[in-house]
Design a protein around this ligand. Structure first.
Ligand SMILES: [Zn+2]
Length: 428
């Protein structure tokens, strides 16, 4: 499927029709109502925004060359040939009510209209949101997602996998889209590890994403050696989830695997290895090397101090998850780390309106956002990615905010010793 086809079909659809289109059976479900997807207007033109909304947007993008969103998820329907998978547990409403409720919310956030059109709907929504970001070029890093693999056999463990999106599928779907950048995903235990690395390199993929809490491995395990060796050899940047995880869950999450210190031995062994710690580890606690409990957030900062040439962190989901937002004062205080923080939305998490609203209330209550909260909510109706970006641009603590380099240039700088994703090479 080509994005050009999607693009031309979107531009012909008028707003009222699109709104109606989005209110079909799936969108009227409880999960969908709670996710806020019913209220999303899917705006494609700058005229859709009010004068105040436009002013707020332009005032915040005017000194930026472009925006990089370093953290966007994709999902796809189970298909053996494409090697995509969604655990059938999620459809067993009576046996797994919480899992199926979660899936319902995520489907709605992803823009799924019916079981028959899952893949088209998901790609269509991510394409529209990024392509119609008002007034500025918006580059999104979109993640493949590896299945769980068994340590002994190197074979896929479907039972323990919540969902997976193959590298091949991701690359095929977004290769014609100049502003979406594919991020591969490889499981350290998978048998065909070397071939998968070569496949990604051949397709000019420059980054790899993992989520050890849900993928069932400890990054500290010696069995991950080949993974880190190949990562280093091919000069790929690792984006890894650190800290607790709740979303990608088929009942097998292990939050000990989210300990940031698990990467220390690989950072020492491979001094050119570069890692982006997702969400600055802003949830939960883990043990440090002396066996005492520490906030994962503090453990990430500790590694960032210790490995200044090798470590980075993304600020994704700080605009939509209250627990993460509660770390904002501590993070904004650390102006010494601002060269190594990069912006991310954690799409589709920031599509979920109750999360966004609660986070905004919290930030207002803590005086982190002084005004504009109601404008930020009304902009959500047009494009939730704009709300997420503006929230992180506006947030302030003791007069300190995220500098503009966090939203564009810092990402480019990570690649000072290796090739950038082709979409961004013109900015180097
Ligand atoms: Zn994420």
């Amino acid at each position: 499927m080509s994005f050009l086809i999607i693009f031309s079909s979107c531009s012909q659809t008028d707003k009222a029709k699109t709104k109606q289109l989005y209110l079909n059976k799936q969108e009227r479900s409880i999960g969908s109502f709670l996710s806020g997807a019913n209220f999303w207007q899917n705006s494609t033109k700058i005229e859709d925004y009010s004068v105040q909304e436009k002013n707020l947007i332009f005032e915040n993008i005017k000194d930026l060359p472009f925006i990089v969103d370093s953290h966007m998820h994709l999902a796809a329907k189970t298909n053996v040939k494409q090697d995509n998978f969604i655990n059938p547990k999620f459809d067993k409403y009576f046996r797994y009510p919480i899992l199926s409720f979660k899936k319902n919310i995520f489907w709605s956030a992803f823009g799924v209209k019916s079981e028959q059109t899952i893949n088209i709907d998901i790609l269509d929504r991510i394409y529209r949101l990024t392509n119609y970001f008002p007034g500025i070029k918006y580059y999104g890093l979109v993640f493949a997602f590896a299945a769980v693999y068994d340590k002994e056999s190197g074979e896929k463990n479907i039972e323990k996998t919540a969902f997976s999106v193959s590298n091949k599928y991701l690359i095929n779907q977004i290769k014609n889209s100049p502003h979406l950048i594919p991020v591969g995903s490889i499981h350290p235990y998978q048998k065909n590890l070397k071939e998968e690395f070569l496949f990604l390199v051949k397709n000019q993929v420059r980054l790899i994403k993992i989520l050890p809490n849900s993928m069932g491995f400890s990054p500290r395990d010696e069995n991950c050696h080949l993974f880190f060796k190949l990562l280093n050899q091919h000069k790929l940047i690792l984006i890894t989830h650190v800290g607790d995880e709740h979303s990608v869950d088929s009942g097998h999450i292990n939050n000990n695997n989210g300990n940031p210190l698990h990467y220390k031995k690989w950072l020492i062994k491979y001094p050119k290895l570069k890692i982006i710690f997702a969400h600055v580890g802003s949830e939960g606690k883990n043990l440090d090397n002396k066996g005492s409990e520490q906030y994962n957030f503090d453990l990430v900062l500790q590694l960032m101090e210790e490995f200044p040439q090798q470590t980075y962190a993304d600020i994704s989901a700080f605009s939509s998850v209250v627990e993460r937002a509660s770390y904002l004062p501590l993070l904004l205080k650390r102006q010494d780390l601002m060269d190594r923080l990069i912006y991310g939305s954690d799409y589709p998490v920031q599509m979920i309106l109750p999360l966004v609203k609660t986070a905004l209330w919290y930030m207002q209550w803590k005086n982190l956002i002084k005004s504009d909260a109601s404008l930020l909510t009304s902009i959500y109706d047009k494009n939730p990615l704009v709300t997420s970006f503006l929230t992180m641009k506006k947030v302030k603590y003791n007069n300190k905010s995220f500098p503009k380099k966090v939203f564009a240039k810092n990402f480019i700088k990570i690649f000072n010793d290796r090739p950038l994703p082709i979409q961004l090479q013109k900015y180097f």
